[in-house]
Every structure is written in C-alpha cells, then in structure tokens.
Design a protein around this ligand. Sequence first.
Ligand SMILES: [Fe+2]
Ligand SMILES: [Fe+2]
Length: 178
Amino acid sequence: MLHRMFRTAPFKKSRAHLLSGITEITEDDRKWLYSELEDYLKDDSVQSMAGFIQHGNVTTLQHSLRVAEASLALDRALGSRSDRHTLAVSALLHDYYLYDWHGRSLKYCNHGFTHPEAAMQNAVRHFNVSKDIRDAIRTHMWPLTLLHIPKSREAAILCAADKYCSLTETLFCRKRKG
Ligand SMILES: [Fe+2]
Ligand SMILES: [Fe+2]
C-alpha cells in the first residue's frame, strides 16, 4: 500500500525525461522500496520532512523518495549490484537535516556544505544507521564537499541520483507566481 500512497509525481515536461530510461523505477522495485522503508516512513521525524520545501514546489520528503527511486533504477541500469537496503535508507535520509533552509537568514548560508553532516548526525541519533549509510549520506553533495568523496558504489549512485533529481526539480517543478 505504501508504494501507492507515496507515489512520486512525474515531471511534467518531456525534457525532464531525458534520462528516464535509467532513472525510472520498475513497479516491483517500487513495491520492494516502500516495504523496505515502511518503518522509517511511519516515523514522525521522517514525516516532518513533508513540511519543508527542497526545490521549487517539491518537499524534502518527496525529493528524498524521488532520489531513492532514481537510485534503485540507476543501480539496476548500471548492473552495479549495490546493497539495496543501504541504498534505499541512505537515499531516504540523505537530506534528513530537519529544518527549512530557505529565506535570507545567514544561519543557512552554508547549507550546501553543512547539511550532509547534519543529516548524517540525525540519522545516527534517530536510527543508529550503519557506517555504510553514514558515509553515503555524508558524501552525497560531493564535489561541493571536496574532502568527502563517495567511496562505495552505494554512495556514488546516491550522489549521482541526487544531482539528477535536484536538477530536474529545480528546472521543472517551480512554484507558480501570482
Ligand atoms: Fe542534500
Ligand atoms: Fe538531496
């Protein structure tokens, strides 16, 4: 049921589907993903990500689920045989920093550099995640975070899937004015 409840909205413009062949999840993988993430998705702190905007009109929870779907699709397309549990949980929690970074507050001017560490610390505090998941979360913004380089296949796939989803959400999911 969860895989239907959280079905992510398709991007509206066709240009957003340039890479759809390798970023579109199969129905079986989607069912597996939402069953694997069921306990996390029931958690109030994970649900609170639905209250923060990530890019355009996409919430942080929607973005994280898109990244999780794209990560699994990319893993399948590349035949990289990642650890799918690590990939799914890392993707869901990669932006688990739990604040709204928009607005003009100077407090968040370094958000791009600092949020992977904040997300990782929350993931450890709330879910005691494995070292592989911690490393994937911490390195997802590379090359912006120069010294935190993705070193596992799961971390590399998450890093690529996040770039793809962030770009398409920024370009094609903008808020309407007026
Ligand atoms: Fe991020
Ligand atoms: Fe992200």
